[in-house]
Design a protein around this ligand. Structure first.
Ligand SMILES: [Zn+2]
Ligand SMILES: [Zn+2]
Ligand SMILES: [Zn+2]
Ligand SMILES: [Zn+2]
Ligand SMILES: [Zn+2]
Ligand SMILES: [Zn+2]
Ligand SMILES: [Zn+2]
Length: 1757
């Protein structure tokens, strides 16, 4: 790369230019120049190529420094002169002055970054696109309103200050207009000095033109005139451009090949290309770059079009770079002054010499799709800062934008960049301003333009001109996706209804509507289906595209109707147009054929010859449905009654109107009846969406309305006959022997017909009963929503989000739910789990309608069951009669006649007749139930009429009299009433009895009313009923209630029984949820399991030393969960084991910066008091025979081996690492702990040596061991050596007290702990093996002690038994594990441990006492001592004395440790002088320490404070020691420690055989201890730590908590939005993730932040867990509002976040956008999970329950 070499020293050359260059002089030279543009260009031509893009940049490490240098040079050499010229003075002060004088418009205009939170007010925003930035939001009135919070996708700006965007409160505090704000009408340019205005015009036009020319420049080797560089070198760039076709991987791979770079560089190139849209990947001479280009093109052209690569001359690239900088500069300068902003707007929009569309802004827009991403971003940003911030020019710009709209959209559709990078995306900024949208509609005919453009782009049509999407290619699908954005634009235009109409607006709207109808006409009848008979269809037909289109248009259709509803003239005209469009569609209906004529029950009608089951039928009928919508509007606005003469009602042919919707509904019924099975899933999906909440408003609902409209205009008998005929059921009800139809041969056909009859009856119910649409019935929109909610809640109580999902959203994403919910439902708050639920208030139950039209069949049966149950509970009958419907509007009033027409009566009679003869099976209960419902509705109607009428004359309804008439032919049976009466007591109709009773009562009532109304005024039934019943039925009700209660009890017991019979594992799975909470306080469990020797607790209990009381006398009987055999735990018996899980832990860590230890060389013998890494052991408490477990585990292994051959690694546990699930509770385990017998009660006959004597003996023993070791090593006999104590045999090999099976299990557990603790391969010879077991024992006890302390639980008796069992076996095991290691190993450890307390010259590298955790030391000493003791064959000493002495020594050391570390300022300041004995002794000890340390410690006069520090500091140690000895020696705890409260200290000390004045330990052995203390202090480490300020740990160690989280979730979002990826220079992180343990923010799930851990690339989260949590992590994914648990590289799960909305629900994925607040209880629950080491278990269970979690690449998060 010769070229680049020579340029390396250029920076210094430039440096000298810096010094000599004067921006001021240059500016003044320019000022007097004749041709300013020429001068400026000359300057740029010289400097731009020299400053920018020198040499290869990017990828290398110094690029950011290079960038800074470039930046600086640009500012000084290029921009500064421009600023001087513009301002006429020093730029900094000039700009400040400008800003000071500026009177800004009150617009905020803050442009959003990716991921920044945005707020919209659901009450006040004009539409959902109106948003506020966080700052404005917090200062606005809306924060008290119902608001919605989302994260921005980048782009778009804050609408604060835009009066049109907000119905209320458009200004925040900061942007409230004040007197100093200028009037928006005033010209801000007038505020500037005239000469500056002139200079502004010329500079802005030169620079903007330069930038536009450069950005739209298409030649790679030439520059525009005037910009040619003075010396042109052979230096080129190979420029790679972004496309959306090639993947990251392809690009990275290609680059590595083409330009020979490392993978890392390639990743960096690819990232930049993706972000900025282009990047130079090679720099050099032309040949060199050309070569790279051809490699790239060759490599990427195989499957698709190749990546775009261009070889560009370096000066061209340099000028393009500077053009971008110049645009940014313009954007900055205009921020200082509204006047300058307007000048720039003027310059930008000034028409060029080429006329129309030739302004600079036009040139940019028209070339948008040719520019690379980075360039687009910058100029879009400038447009937003300039044109969109200036109200006057926003308008002018809007017109330009609308003029070019079609062309821009075409460019966009052809372009492959996402919409957010397209100029078309600005439409949201323009079209959502209602006044602009209206203006554009009137002046530029925007509505029509958008619709026409849309239609033009959808070219897939069939012969009839309808859309046809089958067989469309991926390319077309992509294009279809793109044009959908046009619908979005249309939505913006229509989103706010006009409050006032002008004639122009009417004209243009109707023109738009006409275009829209053209679109709908292309949709009417698309994707027709024909029933497949015989064979199943071969290929599922395409259906999604059509439905996508329908779904996208749903809101538009609704909005168009809303527009129409605001103006009568528009409505009438729209109705006309729609009707004529419909008749155009109908022209294709076959009319040439002979109609068929139907007659039934004395009525006749003619209809088409058509059968849904044989002919084509389509679900898509948008024209019909729009007409139905408009028809309702005519009724609602009463236009129909006021201007009937203007309406083309005469042109309506009701049978024609209902024809297509009816076919569609019949199709649904037939699909339901199973007649369309061979048509596959495509049809099922279509039917599903037809009813789905997203589509139904403009599909299913409108079809029902159309039937209602048609029926209300027809003879009801004719209507019903046509319905019967379309359902293909006519022959059943018309033929004479219809009663015998079930004798037909084919059972399937009968079943199909039964379903069809049910569906048809349901349809009739809906047509008459569904009146909750304003315009059909006399209701308000409010009632409609309320009814939906009542019916949803009749199924079961529901969460807010469930209700929202069940309701249709309008264009503003509102459902109206909040307005009604509180009036019909009561809210129940959630607990620590679950979510808040709404429950229907009982007074609304009477509105329940079993045949609610939006119920699916499943919903219906659930609701029915729930309602019947409720009624039984209330002691009521179980009839579910129809509710009283609202009155119909006049236009629909005749609908009710359907209920009493002859044809319906005939149908009812037929069904009832079938039901009387139960044997045949030709009827169904559903059928009967529907008929009863219809009868009920008719009676209600008659009752209503009677109630509301003043006399007999206005009652048109006479159902009761009709049903008493006997049926006419063909149903020659008795009357409907007679049939009902005979059915009342039919045994096979028990279920319907209550309903029939209700009907008959109703009939009787109506009769009475009719009789009375003829004489006196009416009496309402409810009153009459009430009085009669209260007396008569009181007893009956009481009996019924009692019987009901007995039944409920019985049911409950039955349920329990069957529950118990369920599989045991399943039962335990559920128990698992509880078991974690159990850890908190399952006092009951603990009480049951408390040791039986509890009675002894009144005697003073001692758990350590020669006076201790043992528990060995108790026999331990346990049952194996696998073979169910009972077994006693004995040292020589069959081994029993406990399933256990061992994991590394940093939960107690006080130092997360410490590096993980090197597994090979780490010496774990001394635990540092920062406890940075521990090993935790937990167990589910389930016991097995070792042999049973081994067999089980082998089976698991075998299964896994077989499984892995098919499907690698799809389990929640890692068998290769010894993991398995407990066979009983499926708890994640990775080893087993063998159970060992209790220790024996000490031999009280043996003397207890004093500390002095014991120390002496022990040091002799140690010396003897030392010399024995030396002998072994040197092989030289040195005689007897020092005096060996009597009976002590250094070469004694103690007998193994355990059976071989137990020994084997001891090794198993030892190896697991060793393997997990150090992350090494098993090695039984390693000396560290026993240490790790002691370590996990000590650490587990410590962590449990902390939990009990923090939760204020008593030390003993509050642990659940599984933990109790775990600790007890773990401790006893630890005391025996030395038997598996060689004796010398353990000796050596003991000697080294003891030397920390009793310094020993023969031991090296002993840490100072400040660097030792004393509890660990105590545990290790006690547990390792046994091995030394085993050599003493004298029989004159007991282990227990040694334990007590060790406890005393360690306690004193801990006291010293505490005193050394707790002297803070506060302690020294206290001057309280009178002190107790304890305080004086504390002072004495402290002063001794000061003496030894030569006053490194401050002077303290008050013993009180010091003593307090000691007492608080030593407590955790004492408590942990008590737990340890309790489990070691099986000593029952004293009563005082089974509760919390006073007296703990004394009880603790006495239990531990310590004086309650701990200082006496030191005082009583003063002479013996003094030299030890001296030597502790003299350890150089102590002084170093104290002076170096290195005291990291103070006592008591504070418990770790998860980080504090803000109450308001948006604070987190805001934090995360300003978080940038630490690796890719200032880029926004896509998945910012917060570590809940330490508070670090990480850039997760992204290439940029992957790191290598153990030879594998892992994401930022996984990498972080290894430094922060020893492989385990708890995170909050901020964008998703989701908690993430990760363990190791392969395991993880998501967990509900601790943030809830006001409805008690989480919002995982932040989809709903309700404000979220911290739920402290839930956060504490997560914290407890972490502190209890339960996270791995939760992950295990989650993965076991949900296999898809196993497949997620957790390591890449
Ligand atoms: Zn703002
Ligand atoms: Zn504001
Ligand atoms: Zn508001
Ligand atoms: Zn067993
Ligand atoms: Zn278990
Ligand atoms: Zn990153
Ligand atoms: Zn962390």
């Amino acid at each position: 790369m010769a070229a680049s070499q020579s340029e390396r020293d250029l920076p210094s050359a430039l440096c000298s230019e810096f010094l000599n260059f004067s921006a001021k002089d240059t500016a003044s030279r320019w000022l007097v120049a004749a041709d300013l543009q020429q001068e400026v260009y000359r300057h740029l031509a010289v400097y731009v190529p020299r400053i920018l893009c020198q040499g290869p940049s990017g990828g290398s490490s110094n690029s950011s420094r290079e960038e800074q240098r470039e930046e600086l040079a640009c500012q000084l050499l290029l921009l500064a002169p421009l600023e001087w010229l513009l301002l006429g003075e020093e730029p900094a002060s000039g700009l400040a002055l400008l800003q000071e004088k500026n009177q800004p418009s009150p617009l905020c205009g803050h442009v959003f970054k990716v991921g920044e939170p945005t707020y919209s007010c659901r009450e006040c925003a004009a539409d959902p696109t109106c948003v506020l930035c966080m700052q404005c939001f917090l200062g606005s009135v809306h924060k008290e309103h119902r608001y919605r919070m989302t994260t921005s996708g980048g782009g778009g700006f804050c609408d604060c200050g835009d009066a049109e965007a907000w119905k209320k409160g458009p200004y925040c505090q900061k942007h409230t207009p004040t007197a100093s704000n200028r009037d928006t009408e005033e010209d801000p340019v007038a505020q500037l000095p005239a000469d500056m205005v002139a200079r502004g015009y010329s500079i802005f036009s030169i620079i903007l033109k330069y930038a536009v020319d450069m950005l739209t420049w298409e030649q790679e080797d030439q520059l525009p005139a005037g910009l040619e560089p003075p010396d042109r070198g052979d230096t080129y760039y190979c420029m790679l451009f972004n496309d959306e076709v090639h993947t990251y991987e392809q690009v990275i791979y290609t680059l590595q090949k083409a330009v020979n770079c490392s993978q890392k560089e390639a990743v960096s190139f690819a990232t930049t290309v993706d972000r900025d849209g282009r990047k130079s990947v090679r720099y050099g001479d032309f040949q060199f770059c050309e070569q790279a280009k051809s490699v790239i093109v060759r490599n990427t052209s195989r499957q698709s079009k190749p990546l775009r690569v261009e070889v560009m001359h370096s000066s061209v690239v340099a000028h393009q770079c500077f053009a971008l900088k110049a645009l940014s500069w313009l954007g900055q300068v205009i921020q200082y002054s509204d006047g300058l902003r307007r000048i720039l707007c003027q310059v930008g929009l000034q028409r060029g010499p080429e006329g129309e569309n030739s302004s600079l802004v036009d040139q940019l827009m028209l070339n948008d799709s040719k520019m690379w991403k980075g360039a687009r971003n910058i100029y879009h940003q400038l447009l937003m800062n300039s044109l969109l911030m200036d109200l006057k020019y926003k308008k002018i710009f809007a017109i330009q934008f609308a003029k070019s709209y079609e062309r821009l959209q075409c460019d966009y559709v052809r372009d492959d960049h996402d919409r957010e990078f397209s100029i078309t995306d600005l439409s949201v900024q323009i079209f959502t301003v209602p006044s602009l949208a209206r203006m554009l509609m009137v002046e530029e005919n925007l509505m029509t333009t958008i619709i026409r453009t849309f239609v033009d782009h959808l070219r897939h049509r069939d012969l009839q001109g309808r859309f046809q999407f089958d067989r469309y290619t991926a390319q077309q699908a992509f294009k279809f996706g793109r044009v959908q954005s046009l619908i979005g634009d249309l939505k913006y235009v229509l989103i706010s209804r006009p409050s006032e109409w002008t004639d122009q607006l009417r004209l243009k709207f109707l023109e738009g509507l006409e275009a829209f109808l053209e679109l709908l006409k292309c949709m009417q009848g698309m994707d027709p289906v024909v029933r497949q008979v015989g064979q199943h269809i071969e290929m599922e037909p395409e259906w999604e595209a059509a439905f996508t289109l329908q779904m996208k248009l749903t809101h538009i259709i609704s909005m168009i109707q809303e527009w129409c509803s605001t103006d009568e003239r528009v409505l009438i005209e729209a109705y006309r147009k729609c009707l004529s469009a419909l008749s155009h569609c109908h022209s294709s209906l076959p009319d040439g054929e002979q109609p068929i004529s139907l007659s039934l029950a004395g009525h006749c009608v003619e209809t088409f010859r058509y059968q849904v089951s044989q002919d084509k039928v389509s679900i898509h009928l948008p024209v019909c449905r729009l007409l139905a919508g408009l028809h309702v509007l005519l009724s609602r606005t009463e236009v129909a009654s006021r201007f009937p003469e203007q309406l083309p009602l005469g042109e309506l042919s009701p049978p024609l109107l209902i024809e297509l919707p009816l076919r569609c509904l019949v199709l649904c019924a037939q699909v339901h009846a199973g007649m369309w099975r061979r048509n596959g899933f495509s049809l099922i999906n279509q039917i599903y969406y037809y009813h789905n909440v997203k589509c139904r408003v403009e599909m299913f609902d409108k079809d029902i309305i159309m039937l209602q409209a048609g029926a209300s205009m027809m003879d009801p008998n004719h209507f019903l006959m046509i319905v019967l005929s379309r359902f293909e059921l006519f022959h059943i009800f018309s033929s004479a022997d219809c009663r015998k139809r079930y004798r037909e041969a084919n059972k399937d056909v009968v079943q199909q017909q039964n379903t069809l009859i049910e569906e048809m009856l349901h349809l009739i119910i809906m047509v008459v009963c569904e009146r909750y649409v304003s315009g059909v019935g006399q209701v308000e929109p409010f009632d409609e929503v309320r009814r939906e909610i009542i019916h949803q809640l009749s199924i079961r109580p529901m969460a807010h989000s469930e209700l929202v999902k069940a309701l249709p959203e309008n264009g503003n994403k509102e459902t109206g739910l909040e307005r009604v919910i509180d009036s019909v439902a009561s809210f129940k708050k959630p607990g620590v789990t679950g979510r808040g639920l709404y429950e229907l208030r009982p007074e609304w139950n009477k509105h329940f309608n079993l045949y609610f039209h939006h119920y699916s069949r499943a919903d219906q049966s659930k609701a029915e069951e729930a309602q019947r149950k409720l009624r039984r509970q209330n002691g009521e009958d179980t009839a579910l009669p129809p509710p009283v419907p609202p009155p119909l509007c006049p236009l629909f009033a005749s609908l009710v006649n359907l209920l009493q027409c002859d044809v319906l009566l005939a149908v009812e009679g037929a069904v009832l007749q079938w039901a009387v003869e139960p044997s045949g099976g030709g009827w169904t209960e559903s059928m009967l139930q529907r008929v009863l419902h219809l009868v009920g509705m008719a009676l209600l109607e008659e009752h209503q009429q009677l109630e509301n009428s003043s006399g007999d004359d206005d009652i048109t309804f006479s159902y009761t009299s009709k049903i008493t008439r006997p049926g006419e032919a063909p149903s020659t049976s008795g009357s409907v009433l007679a049939l009902l009466e005979s059915l009342q007591n039919a045994p096979h109709l028990e279920i319907h009895k209550d309903m029939i009773t209700w009907i008959l009562k109703m009939v009787a009532n109506i009769k009475t009313m009719r009789e009375r109304s003829s004489s006196i005024s009416t009496v309402t039934i409810s009153q009459g009923q009430g009085k009669e019943e209260t007396v008569r039925d009181k007893d009956k009700a009481e009996r019924k209630r009692k019987a009901e209660m007995a039944r409920l009890r019985r049911e409950k017991i039955m349920a329990q029984m069957s529950e118990m019979q369920k599989h045991f594992i399943n039962e335990n799975k559920e128990l698992f949820q509880q078991s974690l909470e159990e850890l908190e306080a399952s006092t009951s469990a603990a009480a049951e399991n408390s040791p039986p020797s509890m009675e002894l607790s009144c005697v003073s209990q001692v758990c350590v030393g020669p006076r201790r009381v043992g528990g060995a006398e108790r026999r331990q009987l346990v049952t194996c969960i696998l073979c169910q055999e009972e077994q006693e735990v004995r040292g020589h018996g069959r081994a029993m084991v406990l399933a256990a899980f061992v994991q590394r832990s940093t939960v107690l860590s006080k130092n997360r910066r410490r590096n993980l230890p090197n597994p090979e060389h780490h010496d774990p013998l001394f635990m540092h008091p920062d406890l940075s890494l521990g090993i935790h052991t937990a167990s589910c408490g389930h016991i097995m025979h070792a042999t049973c477990w081994q067999r089980y585990f082998e089976a698991v292994q075998l299964k896994e081996q077989r499984r892995q051959q098919r499907l690698r690694g799809h389990t929640s546990y890692d068998v290769e690492n010894g993991e398995f699930l407990c066979p009983l509770c499926e708890c994640l385990s990775n080893t087993v702990i063998p159970l060992l017998p209790h220790t024996h009660t000490p031999d009280h006959s043996v003397d207890h040596p004093s500390l002095e004597a014991w120390l002496k003996t022990t040091s002799q023993q140690v010396a003897a061991l030392h010399s024995a070791h030396r002998k072994q090593i040197d092989g030289v006999a040195e005689g007897a050596g020092p005096g060996v104590p009597e009976g002590f045999r250094v070469d004694f090999i103690p007998q193994n007290p355990f059976s071989s099976s137990i020994s084997e299990m001891i090794t198993t557990f030892s190896m697991s702990t060793y393997k997990v603790g150090l992350k090494v391969n098993p090695n039984e010879q390693d000396q560290r093996v026993p240490v790790l077991i002691w370590s996990t024992c000590a650490y587990t006890i410590q962590s449990i002690e902390r939990l009990l302390m923090d939760e204020e639980k008593p030390l003993f008796g509050s642990l659940p038994c599984r933990q109790d069992d775990c600790l007890s076996s773990l401790t006893r095991f630890s005391s025996a594990c030395w038997t598996a290691a060689t004796v010398t190993t353990t000796h050596t450890h003991f000697i080294r441990l003891l030397s920390a307390l009793v310094p020993d010259s023969q031991v090296e590298n002993t840490p100072c006492i400040l660097d030792i955790d004393m509890f660990h030391l105590l545990v290790y000493c006690v547990l390792s001592y046994s091995s030394v003791h085993s050599l003493d064959q004298s029989g004159r000493s007991v282990v227990d004395s040694a334990h007590l002495h060790l406890l005393h020594l360690v306690t004193v050391a801990h006291l010293v440790q505490i005193l050394l570390t707790s002297t803070t300022e506060e302690v020294c300041m206290d001057q309280d002088s009178v002190g107790s004995e304890e305080e004086e002794l504390t002072c004495q000890l402290y002063n001794t320490l000061r003496k030894h340390l030569n006053s490194v410690l401050p002077e303290v006069t008050s013993g009180w404070q010091l003593f307090r520090c000691i007492k608080v500091g030593v407590l955790p140690f004492l408590r942990a020691a008590a737990l340890f000895f309790h489990y070691l020696n099986s000593t029952a705890p004293p009563a005082d420690l089974l509760v919390t409260g006073p007296g703990q200290w004394e009880a603790l000390c006495s239990y531990l055989s310590l004086p309650s004045n701990l200082l006496q330990l030191y005082q009583s052995q003063h002479t013996l201890l003094e030299p030890l203390i001296h030597r502790w202090c003299c350890h150089p480490g102590v002084r170093q730590t104290l002076q170096g300020g290195g005291v990291s740990v103070r006592y008591p160690r504070e418990s770790n908590q998860l980080i504090e989280l803000p109450e308001d979730y948006s604070v987190l979002i805001n934090q995360a939005s300003s978080f940038t990826c630490p690796r890719s220079g200032g880029d926004k992180s896509r998945a910012p993730t917060l570590c809940l343990v330490c508070g670090s923010m990480l850039c997760s799930q992204s290439y940029c932040c992957q790191t290598e851990v153990d030879g594998e690339d892992v994401g930022a989260c996984t990498a972080h867990t290894f430094t922060c949590g020893a492989g385990l992590g708890l995170f909050l994914r901020v964008r998703e509002s989701q908690v993430l648990f990760v363990a190791g590289k392969t395991k993880g799960c998501f967990y509900p976040p601790p943030y809830l909305d006001d409805y008690g629900e989480t919002d995982q994925g932040l989809k709903r956008g309700n404000p979220l607040h911290l739920c402290v209880d839930r956060y504490r629950k997560i914290e407890r999970l972490w502190r209890q080491h339960g996270v791995a278990e939760v992950i295990g269970h989650a993965q076991e329950a949900n296999q898809t979690l196993v497949a997620i690449d957790w390591q890449h998060l």
